[in-house]
Design a protein around this ligand. Structure first.
Ligand code: URP
Ligand code: ZN
Ligand code: ZN
Ligand code: ZN
Length: 399
């Protein structure tokens, strides 16, 4: 079968995060993407709180351009709010080819935004013709839950799942949809991990909201029972946020919603850490760098079945594969990127820098046509009335 090259709309290559940097850089990560039939990735430029979005964008371009072996584009994260951020979002949308901004509702004190900041960011996405993306989890509940787990002596990776039950994801998903809908901004919920959050998205779509949900290879291909593995490193390698869910019917449920168009895209959130990096949290699950693999495995996981996936043979830099031993029948034999055979018979032939940055236009019709129709039909109008001519009481300071 000849398929179009895959697009993975959510990766984090060489991301500085939780005291370390993700193991797959823009070279290894894009080589692994090609080996898995993916010819374009969309990564995230993430400024620190207080940092310039334009500087972050330039930094990520500088890291990526000389190394990328497949094409790539960039989302930009909004991790704090100010007039400067607002202006930089407009410049990114108008001049730099960025039409998507990610806001975090988790990672308290690091990246998390509060509701008024989310509201303002969504308004600016709408104004600039971008789509708002959210990491939907309630960061306050997680912070309190994590303290509780540690106080109970639950220091292992199971604590990561226990302090973020499904409702924590579903609540934030509904809150994001409510906020985005209030300003009629299109919304894209990244890494949908639970049945509860997926149901919230499906309901909102049926109610006419312009919202899209992104399950990932991990949530479609494995589950959260691994957090209870007796082997610490095995459990830790599954730590990501939101967590994989212990309910083993989750992957099948999400796959069905994907087939139904209740969920829309499939990504990976590829953000890998080797065992020695995961071990930063060996005595405290809150310090385990969050993230799993998938950029090489996604196409096979989604189309299902065929070879045996293994960390021993994969091209990703990380020394663990969360799909280890999974049998799939649908595996890329040859990958063509920019008219060149870059992967064949298990071997890569591609030079760093072969990939190109793909700018994206604001007001994309696929998303904004419905937004504009909703603006026309849903804008409230005042009721025509004769003015009130009667008495009005006078307020005194004590009243
Ligand atoms: O655990 C995760 N998801 N790591 C990457 C950062 C993010 O939240 O997408
Ligand atoms: Zn996230
Ligand atoms: Zn396991
Ligand atoms: Zn992510």
């Amino acid at each position: 079968m000849v398929l179009p090259g895959g697009i993975d709309p959510h990766t984090h290559l060489q991301l500085p995060f939780m005291g370390t940097r993700s193991a797959d850089d823009f070279l290894r990560g894009t080589q692994a993407a090609l080996a898995g039939g993916t010819t374009t990735i969309i990564d995230f430029a993430i400024p620190q709180k207080g940092g310039s979005l334009l500087d972050a964008f330039d930094t990520w371009r500088r890291w990526a351009d000389p190394k990328v072996c497949c094409d790539y584009s960039l989302h930009v994260a909004v991790t704090w709010w100010s007039e400067q951020v607002k202006e930089e979002m407009a410049i990114l949308a108008q001049e730099k080819g960025v039409n998507s901004f990610k806001m975090f509702m988790a990672y308290k004190d690091l990246f998390m935004l509060r509701d008024p900041e989310l509201y303002a960011a969504f308004e600016q996405c709408k104004e600039t013709g971008a789509i708002a993306q959210v990491h939907a989890e309630n960061g306050d509940i997680i912070a309190e839950g994590a303290k509780k787990m540690l106080a109970l002596g639950v220091t292992g990776p199971e604590g990561h799942a226990l302090c973020r039950p499904e409702a924590v994801e579903a609540e934030a998903t509904l809150r994001a949809i409510t906020l985005a809908s209030a300003v009629n901004c299109p919304l894209y919920v990244v890494h949908v991990m639970s049945k509860s959050a997926a149901k919230v998205i499906a309901d909102a779509r049926r109610a006419g909201k312009v919202v899209y949900g992104e399950p990932i290879a991990a949530s479609l291909g494995t589950d959260g029972t691994h957090y209870w593995s007796k082997e610490w490193h095995h459990a830790a390698h599954h730590v990501m946020s939101p967590p994989l869910r212990p309910d083993p019917s989750t992957p099948g449920f999400l796959m069905n919603l994907l087939a139904n168009d209740d969920l829309t895209t499939t990504a990976t959130d590829h953000c890998t850490f080797n065992t020695c990096q995961k071990a930063l949290g060996k005595d405290d699950f809150t310090k385990i760098p969050n993230g799993v693999n998938g950029v090489e495995d996604r196409m096979s996981i989604v189309w299902e079945k065929g070879v045996t996936i293994s960390a021993k043979t994969h091209h990703q830099a990380v020394n663990f594969n969360i799909f280890e031993g999974m049998v799939c029948h649908g595996v890329p034999l040859v990958t063509i990127s920019r008219g060149k055979v870059v992967y064949e018979e298990g071997a890569l032939s591609v030079t760093p820098g072969h990939g190109k940055f793909i700018p994206r236009r604001p007001f994309a019709e696929y998303v904004y046509k419905r937004i504009q129709q909703r603006d026309q039909t849903c804008t409230p109008t005042p009721v025509e009335r004769a003015p009130y001519k009667g008495e009005v009481i006078t307020l005194t300071s004590r009243e």
